[in-house]
Design a protein around this ligand. Structure first.
Ligand SMILES: *Cc1c(COP(=O)(O)O)cnc(C)c1O
Length: 367
């Protein structure tokens, strides 16, 4: 049986059917209906945030969030992320300025941010990669000093807490993705958490064509609303989220146990003081010590129908669509990580047998 890097979690069939049956009475399928409203409320409680706006996906949430802050010029971000982060910047007519990452947790290296700030810088867009949380205190301090906005790509960090605090409360806003492949899904979906009420109002207009009244359209908005079926999926999946994360935690621990002490094979570390969501299991393969390259291992696993993924390779600053615009050598730590990283299968019902099979292949390949 083929094992993919992830497998979407779904609620029991009858639970979803019960949740959507009402829609056959109301025939209200989208445009902020009852499911949307109920889901929004439950999510705010779960994430511990005051302001939250639902979207059709995480990418549009991020794009419209950048637009809502009316940013200009340059945005400091990292290239070790999914295409969405960088595209959201460039699709807003803004220029990404790439900062390198930390070697240990892959988040933005806060010691390298200030040297990248210019008169044109208007915001910092850091990524909580793999659910690892950025140094939010230091980032806030830098932002305050230079009068910059901070918008987090928290697509990987759903349900993560720092002490008692939910990650959605950091910075001026945070984007979550509820894509089918994420820890928590609404099939497709996303949200922006924000602190300023005015941002919430702008987001609402932006995601609904800029319509402000029955006869008034005040903004050039788009369409990025979450529909009722996605909201219903969210309501169902949210009931099982603790169990879901618990299962992932066990898988994470088993991988750690089975893969320890392999030379040249670096395992992910859970940050101190963080309640993790175990979103991914990224390993780093050092070919000269392990004996086989990252690509070699990836291919070997594929021969056994195990589809690990190179998240994140290539770096966004070396994408074909940005050819000649950025310099990947300017972010050397990210560049090395992108050549060594392999994300192993991780999802709630990955079996112990499958994990053992994956780990055996990895161990047999080692020197
Ligand atoms: C998944 C993801 C997104 C985009 O979310 P979608 O819901 O797929 O549009 C953005 N940033 C990162 C880091 C992601 O992994």
């Amino acid at each position: 049986m083929r094992i993919n890097v992830t497998k979407s979690s779904m609620p029991p069939f009858h639970e979803y059917i019960a949740e959507i049956s009402e829609l056959w009475d109301t025939h209200w399928l989208t445009n902020m209906g009852v499911k949307h409203k109920a889901f929004e409320g439950k999510l705010k409680d779960f994430l511990g945030v005051d302001g939250l706006s639902l979207f059709c996906n995480g990418h549009m949430a991020l794009e419209m969030c950048l637009q809502a802050f009316d940013l200009s010029g340059e945005i400091i971000t990292t290239p070790f992320t999914f295409a969405s982060t960088t595209h959201a910047i460039t699709r807003n007519g803004l220029t990404p300025v790439f900062c390198d990452i930390n070697e240990d947790d892959f988040t933005i290296d806060v010691n390298k941010i200030e040297s990248l700030i210019t008169k044109k810088t208007s915001a910092i867009l850091p990524v909580h990669v793999y659910g690892n949380i950025c140094d939010t205190e230091k980032i806030s301090e830098i932002a305050r000093k230079h009068n910059l906005k901070v918008i987090y790509d928290a697509a990987h960090a759903f349900g993560v807490k720092v002490g008692e605090v939910g990650v959605g409360t950091f910075g001026d806003a945070s984007m979550f993705s509820f894509h089918a492949t994420k820890v928590f899904n609404t099939i497709e979906g996303g949200a922006v958490c924000y602190s300023e009420r005015q941002i919430g109002e702008r987001l609402y207009k932006l995601k609904n064509f800029g319509i402000t009244g029955e006869d008034t359209v005040e903004y050039v908005g788009g369409n990025a609303k979450m529909n009722e079926f996605s909201a219903a999926m969210g309501l169902c999946n949210l009931r099982h989220i603790d169990e879901e994360i618990g299962k992932r935690g066990k898988i994470h621990a088993l991988y750690q146990e089975l893969l320890k002490d392999i030379p040249g094979f670096r395992l992910p570390v859970i940050q101190a003081g963080i309640e993790s969501n175990y979103a991914y299991f990224p390993v780093l393969v050092n070919e000269s010590e392990y004996g086989v390259s990252r690509n070699g291992l990836c291919n070997k696993l594929r021969e056994d129908d195990i589809f690990a993924r190179k998240y994140f390779y290539p770096l966004t600053n070396s994408f074909d669509c940005y050819k000649g615009m950025f310099n990947p050598d300017g972010t050397p730590v990210a560049l090395i990580a992108s050549h060594q990283v392999l994300t192993l299968p991780m999802y709630a019902d990955l079996t112990e047998t499958d994990i053992a099979r994956i780990c055996n292949i990895i161990k047999e390949l080692a020197f």
